[in-house]
Design a protein around this ligand. Structure first.
Ligand code: IPE
Ligand code: IPE
Ligand code: MG
Length: 232
């Protein structure tokens, strides 16, 4: 079983458009699917799940869609936080929170607080997240320590950079799933996915089911992870 699963939840817009509906309808259904998949991953024994919900590049979309996505996210947390708490799921928001609308910030912070003691599974919601942003904020924090004399440049290690990323304390993703068929990383977990097994499915996110997740895990188990070694 992969300990950490990360998912690029892509395809909401196309799914809605195929049905002659506004893109926002796809985002609404996508939020329901996210809930189902969080519970399914937890039942299957995953310890960490990271969901890409809004990227630092998604600000390029029309303001109406952006506002709609944030409304869906806000409603999702308001509606589901009790359920997540009940299942022992700890919520962590990764991404630049200060760039989010104030109402979203307060709702997600409350969700983090309420679920803090959850031990069954940790779910990271990547919101206003970019892999480049994550590396920059880690580097800035190290630079501050260098400036104040606490760290010497030669003492900077891989571990130090990792420990200041938004996913600090968590293992890197074992399995990285992308729905919607695109074969790219779209600035998701750049550092953390160095050795993740990638699984791309054409299934659009609103159609993604626990059985699809099982299939991805089944395929993951057949992979031979070498981590640069000779495979022996
Ligand atoms: C993913 O679905 C959700 C977000 C990026 C917020 P999209 O909205 O990107 O859907 P497609 O890729 O256009 O179908
Ligand atoms: C990636 O999807 C971001 C999220 C799922 C939140 P995009 O739809 O933004 O990615 P591109 O634009 O196709 O690379
Ligand atoms: Mg997309």
């Amino acid at each position: 079983m992969p300990s950490h699963i990360a998912i690029i939840m892509d395809g909401n817009g196309r799914w809605a458009q195929e049905r002659g509906k506004p893109r926002l309808y796809g985002h609404r259904v996508g939020a329901e699917v996210a809930k189902t998949i969080v519970l399914a991953a937890s039942d299957m024994g995953a310890k960490y799940l990271t969901l890409f919900a809004f990227s630092t590049e998604n600000w390029k979309r029309p303001p109406a869609e952006i506002q709609g996505i944030f409304r869906v996210l806000e409603e999702f947390f308001l509606r589901e936080v009790k359920l997540l708490e009940g299942y022992g799921i700890q919520v962590r928001i990764i991404g630049e929170k200060s760039g989010l609308p104030g109402s979203v910030q307060s709702v997600v912070e409350r969700s983090e607080e309420l679920t803090r003691s959850g031990r069954k599974m940790a779910v990271n919601i990547a919101l206003n997240y970019g892999g480049k942003w994550d590396i920059i904020q880690s580097v800035r924090s190290i630079a501050r320590d260098v400036q104040s004399g606490r760290v010497r440049p030669d003492d900077i290690t891989e571990k130090m950079v990792s420990s200041r990323l938004s996913t600090s304390g968590q293992p890197d993703p074992d399995l990285l799933i992308r729905t919607g068929g695109e074969r790219r990383i779209s600035n998701f977990l750049l550092w953390q996915s160095a050795y993740s097994e990638m699984y791309v499915t054409p299934v659009l996110w609103p159609d993604f089911t626990p059985d699809h997740l099982k299939e991805a895990i089944r395929e993951y188990r057949s992979r031979h992870r070498r981590f640069g070694g000779d495979g022996g």
